[in-house]
Write a protein that binds this ligand. Sequence first.
Ligand SMILES: Cc1ncc(COP(=O)(O)O)c(C=O)c1O
Length: 399
Amino acid sequence: MSKLAFPSWPVFGEEERKNLLEVFESGKWWYGEKVKEFEKKYAEFQDTKFGVTCTNGTAALEISLLACGIGAGDEVIIPPYTFMATASAVLKVNAIPVFADIDLDTSNIDSSDVEKKITKNTKAIIPVHFAGLPCDMDALNKIAKKYKLRIIEDACHSWGSKWKGKGTGALGDCGCFSFQMSKNITSGEGGIILSDKKELVETARSYSNCGRAKGKGFYEHFLLGSNYRMTELQAAILLAQLTRLEEQTLKREENAKYLDENLKNIPGISLMKRDPRVTRRSYHLYIFRFLKEKWNGITREKFLAALKAEGIPAWAGYPVPLYKNPLFQKKGKGPKFCPISCPYYGKKIDYSKVFCPNAEKICKEAVWINHPVLLAKKEDMKNIIDGITKVWENKKELK
Ligand SMILES: Cc1ncc(COP(=O)(O)O)c(C=O)c1O
């Protein structure tokens, strides 16, 4: 089959050009009206009261942890199937990432394993709405309430997703979003923290703005913050991008549904399952699992190469769970940096002994298709279905 043509990313147009020009000509290129407008509009879009923009999703996580009072010696439960930022943000505030396994049917953190990982040091959970699919927030909020934990949603894949009609980012104490270039709404780089909690938001604003406080002097600093501010230029782009987000989200959802309906009967793959409480789903990635045992010795890598030959852009995603990264697996006596080896932690943590079977399995089985593909026409989805079906039916020839 000839190479299929899928939409390129990012999508932009006259709105971005017009907004950028307005900022250029205004002479005000940093924190101003466009940033404020975007914070308000995006918070509304995700069903929260307040938004604090920042430089990226990683910074949003770090600021949120600080604003929730998480610090030295605290343990934060996170999934191992996510981008490094979910873990590095925890380490950056001198807290300890503790890994809870994921559910293979959703790629999201498994709430029953979360409960098993709670100790007297646990202060927070960071659920990641992986690929845009909301986590079971009912179960996680119940656990958080029982053990008095904070919930910081890593919503860096879930712009527009809703759990029981409410936007991600509005389902815990606060939620963090990324607007980096690969993301479904982008300004190249960028991030935001959303919350309904006024005090938390004011603290987050202070951390993101050099420790300044509302109504106080420009050179008065109250917290150990930093400069994590978003520029007016980024906000100008995001305001334009936001006008397309709803339509694009619905389009991806419709195409993903069509793929699901037509791929679900192929025995060699297993699709992600959608909880009926997920009332809208953003697709940062379309994911399924390659079930090796059904392919008579064909490897996932061979399968991916066959998809490529059919013009289908699919890839394997994370090679290993986060804890298998050299950062955590330093040979010898373990990582030699604070907070992991900090004598004040009072405990020892050895990441070489961490093993989350489902995260290990999905790293070997996952097949990812990036979100711009889902903006293509229905006939392109049909070509994907035909291509995957053809590879399945001709698997003997792949040997
Ligand atoms: C799940 C997740 N969390 C956090 C981040 C960090 O976002 P940023 O790249 O904007 O710092 C990413 C980025 O890819 C991500 O995928």
